[in-house]
Design a protein around this ligand. Structure first.
Ligand SMILES: [Zn+2]
Length: 98
């Protein structure tokens, strides 16, 4: 089975950066695109979590600097399930500059 890479983010809120990219805010959970629940078992529809296909899970950790600016809480159960930063992962912006 090929590697699935890393999960994306589902969060309780959202904002847009100066380039208009939707980014997670509030409480962040890990989520595999194509499924309808978070790694900790919350149903996305019932919890009203927003999905961020384009935001990889490691980017919500404050130390990553990627998409963590407005994230107030990272779900500890998702963090345990998905793992934290992947060592050696190269940092890249989600959206390419024009
Ligand atoms: Zn969670």
């Amino acid at each position: 089975m090929p590697t699935r890479g890393e999960p994306s983010v589902a969060a309780s809120g959202e904002w847009r950066d100066e380039e208009g990219v939707r980014l997670p805010a509030g409480e962040a959970h890990a989520w595999w695109p194509g499924t309808n629940q978070t790694l900790c078992g919350l149903a996305l529809s019932r919890s009203r979590l927003r999905r961020f296909h384009h935001v990889p899970w490691p980017d919500v950790f404050p130390e990553s600097g990627g998409a963590a600016d407005e994230v107030r809480r990272v779900c500890p159960r998702c963090r345990a399930a998905a793992g934290g930063r992947r060592p050696g992962r190269r940092w890249s912006r989600v959206s390419p500059r024009p």
